[in-house]
Design a binder for this molecule. Structure first.
Ligand SMILES: [Zn+2]
Length: 337
């Protein structure tokens, strides 16, 4: 892959001086995972290895502390720096990603929503994906029966798959306490059983081991709620509570934090206040605005989708280029918001 050397990097770097990039993944897997499938696409082991080959060739692939030292000028510069991160604490991070990174001595950050550790609870979006995937498997007449059941239970007027899909996406917000359990049981899905059978999230023991192996464990809120929907006190609790739990497990502080759903629309003064008040617990905070420079936050380019990747050819160069194209738009958005 000629990739970034094909030119964009040099040209783009002149437009927006950047010598460091953070990449955001969720998982790597060869299997179809019903709790993820309807939410986003992810890379196979092969495609992720291609990414690592590319990143190692083009960048200094650094761990959290070295990356921060580099970007704050405490470490002398080499090639452009890159940092790999994984969100949501999925068990594939241990089984698939970890061995591939260890083999190459690459360090990464794993950001966890701490309520899900040890498979104590299922992230509501993963529950939603399980429902949608189950629904897709059903015969059309059985689907219709389900729509009728939903309409009776929720006084709705759903009549097609797309409407039901939107309804399932919204049910957690409409009825946070019971909504998903109700629609799940109507599809014959027991979320507790799924958690027990599939262990979709990292266990405490796995997290301790990963920290001992040199990976950085970060926090990603308590339960992956959308922070912009919460009051100031709850936002503080989501950030500090999850960082404290991670610090308690790994013994490492301060703990970097990645905003679930990014930090768009979050009050920056409030975030600065929280960071200052809890600076011994809460480390660098990570957003999702690609290459947008928003110090003290570090933005990340999402690298999950395998679109455009071919065997032996990572799609990271396309993702970086796309992030540069989006940059003026996101900058404009920040100025206006
Ligand atoms: Zn997340």
């Amino acid at each position: 892959m000629k990739g970034i050397s094909l030119i964009p990097q040099a040209v783009f770097s002149r437009v927006v001086p950047r010598d460091s990039f953070v990449f955001e993944y969720h998982l790597v897997a060869d299997e179809d995972l019903p709790h993820i499938q309807s939410l986003y696409s992810y890379k196979s082991r092969r495609a992720f290895i291609d990414d690592l080959d590319f990143l190692e060739k083009e960048f200094d692939l650094l761990g959290y502390e070295d990356f921060i030292d580099r970007t704050t000028g405490r470490q002398k510069k080499g090639r452009p720096a890159a940092l790999i991160t994984f969100d949501d604490g999925l068990s594939e991070c241990y089984q698939v990603v970890r061995p591939l990174l260890l083999e190459r001595g690459i360090r990464a950050i794993f950001f966890l929503a701490t309520d899900f550790i040890d498979n104590r609870a299922l992230f509501h979006r993963h529950a939603e994906s399980l429902c949608i995937e189950r629904l897709k498997e059903m015969a059309p007449n059985r689907q219709q029966e389900y729509y009728t059941q939903l309409n009776e239970q929720f006084e709705s007027e759903l009549s097609c798959f797309t409407e039901v899909q939107d309804f399932l996406r919204d049910i957690h917000r409409r009825d946070p306490a019971r909504g998903l359990d109700t629609v799940g049981s109507m599809l014959g899905i027991d979320f507790d059983e799924f958690l027990a059978d599939h262990n979709p999230y990292l266990s405490r023991d796995q997290i301790v081991k990963m920290a001992e192996e040199g990976f950085t464990i970060g926090a990603h809120s308590l339960d992956h709620e959308d922070l912009k929907e919460l009051d100031a006190e709850s936002i503080e609790q989501q950030i500090t509570g999850s960082c404290e739990t991670v610090a308690e497990i790994t013994g490492q502080k301060p703990v970097p934090f990645a905003f679930p759903y990014g930090m768009t629309e979050l009050n920056r003064e409030l975030l600065a206040e929280i960071a200052k008040k809890h600076d011994s617990t809460v480390g660098v905070m990570f957003g999702t605005h690609g290459i947008l420079l928003e110090p003290p936050y570090l933005n990340r380019i999402n690298a999950d989708s395998p679109d455009g990747a071919l065997p032996g050819h990572s799609n990271i160069p396309q993702k970086v280029r796309r992030a540069y194209v989006r940059y003026p738009l996101s900058r404009l958005y920040r100025l206006l918001s």
